[in-house]
Design a protein around this ligand. Structure first.
Ligand SMILES: C[S@@+](CC[C@H](N)C(=O)[O-])C[C@H]1O[C@@H](n2cnc3c(N)ncnc32)[C@H](O)[C@@H]1O
Length: 257
């Protein structure tokens, strides 16, 4: 309890400290090292795909990373784990994919490379870097970029997703109820698959799951051979299911570009 109180005090002083001070260095196999002062750098990430299908293998993504528009401007560990899983599943042709808190757009870009129609979303400061990454990977025909602020009404022109993705989005406590609201607004029944990749960093994260439990149940994705490796780094890949089906209520606020 004392630990939790101390952590909360430190969080008040520096809300993003737990994103920086863990032992991500051990993740070197999964995640390239990323110094904190990244400005307008280009990285290339590659993910193994389904060897049996006529798909790009590996899936190679060029990514502009830049920490100046916010923490989402670089690629985070759970994002890389989710991107690797998306690539391993093979073709995404014909699927409507929506990603929340996309940051650089990495996960949605991998889905786009494999044939999905993906809409990658984040807050306004990240729009430019996402758009640059879409163009740089020649994915403008497959991947659109939109502003989507958690907790706000879902823009009407954001298509209802077959698959909803979110990676490394549990890190800032005031945003916990907003993210749960957006997940619940977007998923009205089990026709939408929700893949939620999460890195546990602190005890307060459990408050997110207390809120999430009101709207969703979840199970660990178990068809991922990399599971042991990322579990050791406190990363979980979850599939969420809606507890209560309901009708959606949407309000137009912005356009998907
Ligand atoms: C730690 S980063 C993860 C980025 C990316 N998914 C990845 O794994 O590399 C969290 C992302 O959530 C976004 N985010 C935080 N609060 C948000 C909000 N209220 N509405 C929309 N996006 C938000 C941030 O801008 C950031 O891009």
């Amino acid at each position: 309890m004392i630990d939790l109180i101390l952590e909360e005090k430190l969080d008040e002083l520096d809300p993003l400290r737990h994103l920086r001070n863990d032992d991500d260095a051990q993740l070197a196999d999964v995640v390239p090292a990323q110094p904190p002062s990244i400005h307008n750098q280009l990285v290339e990430l590659s993910f193994s795909s389904d060897e049996s299908a006529l798909l790009p293998n590996p899936v190679v993504i060029k990514l502009v990373v830049d920490a100046s528009p916010g923490c989402g401007g670089i690629a985070w560990p759970a994002g890389e784990v989710l991107a690797a899983y998306i690539a391993r599943r093979g073709s995404w042709k014909g699927k409507n994919v929506l990603e929340l808190g996309s940051g650089t757009g990495l996960v949605g870009l991998v889905a786009g490379k494999l044939g999905a129609r993906a809409c990658i979303t984040d807050q306004a400061p990240l729009i430019e870097i996402m758009a640059r990454n879409v163009s740089m990977n020649d994915l403008t025909a497959f991947v659109t970029v939109a502003e989507l602020n958690w907790g706000e009404p879902i823009p009407q022109d954001i298509p209802r997703p077959d698959v909803l993705l979110a990676a490394d989005c549990v890190y800032f406590e005031p945003a916990f109820p907003l993210l749960v609201k957006t997940l619940a607004d977007l998923v009205i029944d089990d026709t939408t698959e929700v893949l939620f990749c999460y890195k546990k960093r602190r005890k307060a994260d459990k408050r997110f799951f207390t809120l999430l439990k009101k709207e969703f149940t979840w199970t660990e994705v178990d068809d991922n051979p990399a599971r042991d490796a990322y579990s050791r780094e406190a990363i979980s890949l979850l599939r969420l299911s809606r507890k209560h089906s309901r009708l959606s209520c949407r309000t137009v606020t912005s356009r998907c570009r």
